[in-house]
Write a protein that binds this ligand. Structure first.
Ligand SMILES: C[S@@+](CC[C@H](N)C(=O)[O-])C[C@H]1O[C@@H](n2cnc3c(N)ncnc32)[C@H](O)[C@@H]1O
Length: 258
C-alpha cells in the first residue's frame, strides 16, 4: 500500500489493485464486470435477515425508501408493506427496468433514477430510510458515497455487504487458470474504517447466506469474471468443486441519522 495512510486511500488502493490486468481484459469474450438482473431477482417471500429487520424497525409504522444500486429491488422490495413508496437508483438501465417491472407487478408505488450515486443524489431526493445492498465493493470513492446515503436518510441507513470482496473466492482460480496471484481482498472492516473516517458509527451484525447458485451456475459466472470462454465451463466447474466450502459471510451495517 502506498496511500496517504487514510482508510479511504487504503480502500481505493485495495479495489484498484484487483482490477483485471489489461491484456487479460482485452481478450475477454464477455464483459467480466457485467451483472445480470435475473441473478438479483427479489424473492417472493423475503428472508428474515438482519438487514430486513433493521429496515423494518427504521420504517416503524411506514415510510418511504430509497434503494441505492437497487438492481432488481431485492433490498427495498423486502421492506413492503412498511415501505410505502420506493425510489430505485441504478446506473444500469436493465436493472432499473427489472426494478420497475417488479414494483408494478407487486403494486408498489415507485420511481426510478438512472445514474451513478452520489452524482444523482440531488435528483433522487431524500427518503425516510435509505438501503444499499451489495454495492460498496464497486465503489472506489466510498467515503462520499456513504456520506450521501447518510444525508439522504431522514431516519436511518441500512448497508449490506459480503464480509470480504465478493470475488475473493475466485482468487485460487485466477492462480490456476491465469497463473496470477491476486492481491489481498478488501473486507467490510476496511469499509467500516472509511465510514468512521467520515463520522459514521454503524452497528454491525454478522450472518451467513449460502451461495445462491449451484456449481454449474457458479462456473458460468466464474468463466465470465475470469475472462474465459464458455467452452471452459466444465473445467471451471471441476475446479470450483475442489474449492473449500464458501462461508457466505454477510454483514449488515445500520445507523440512525436523526
Ligand atoms: C451486486 S448488484 C446488487 C443489487 C441489489 N442491491 C441487490 O442486493 O440485489 C449492484 C448494483 O449496483 C449498481 N451500482 C453499482 N455502483 C453504482 C453507483 N455508483 N450508482 C448507482 N448504481 C450502482 C449496479 O448497476 C448493480 O445493479
Amino acid at each position: 500500500m502506498t496511500g496517504n495512510g487514510s482508510a479511504s486511500a487504503r480502500w481505493r488502493e485495495l479495489l484498484e489493485a484487483r482490477a483485471i490486468p489489461p491484456e487479460i481484459r482485452a481478450a475477454a469474450p464477455d464483459n467480466p464486470y457485467r451483472h445480470e438482473p435475473r441473478r438479483f431477482a427479489a424473492p417472493e417471500q423475503p428472508p428474515d435477515t438482519p438487514s430486513r429487520r433493521a429496515g423494518v424497525a427504521l420504517l416503524g409504522d411506514g415510510g418511504t425508501t430509497l434503494d441505492v444500486g437497487c438492481g432488481a429491488g431485492a433490498a427495498s422490495l423486502s421492506l413492503l408493506p412498511a415501505a410505502t413508496h420506493l425510489t430505485g437508483v441504478d446506473h444500469a438501465e436493465d436493472m432499473l427496468a427489472a426494478f420497475g417491472a417488479e414494483c408494478d407487478r407487486r403494486g408498489a408505488g415507485h420511481r426510478t433514477v438512472h445514474g451513478a450515486w452520489p452524482q444523482v443524489a440531488p435528483e433522487a431526493g431524500g427518503a425516510d430510510v435509505v438501503v444499499c445492498h451489495h454495492v460498496g465493493y464497486n465503489t472506489p470513492e466510498i467515503g462520499p458515497f456513504v456520506a450521501a446515503l447518510h444525508e439522504a436518510a431522514r431516519r436511518g441507513v441500512v448497508v449490506e455487504l459480503t464480509a470480504e470482496h465478493p470475488t475473493a473466492w475466485l482468487d485460487p482460480l485466477w492462480s490456476r487458470f491465469h497463473g496470477l496471484d491476486r492481491p489481498p481482498a478488501a473486507t467490510y472492516q476496511d469499509a467500516v474504517a472509511v465510514m468512521q473516517e467520515v463520522g459514521l458509527r454503524p452497528d454491525v451484525e454478522h450472518w451467513d447466506r449460502p451461495p445462491r447458485d449451484d456449481v454449474r451456475a457458479q462456473a458460468g459466472l466464474a468463466c465470465r469474471r475470469l475472462c474465459l470462454p464458455a467452452d471452459r465451463l466444465d473445467e471451471v466447474a471441476a475446479a470450483i468443486a475442489e474449492l473449500p466450502p464458501r462461508r457466505g459471510g454477510i454483514v449488515t451495517l445500520h445507523w440512525k441519522t436523526r
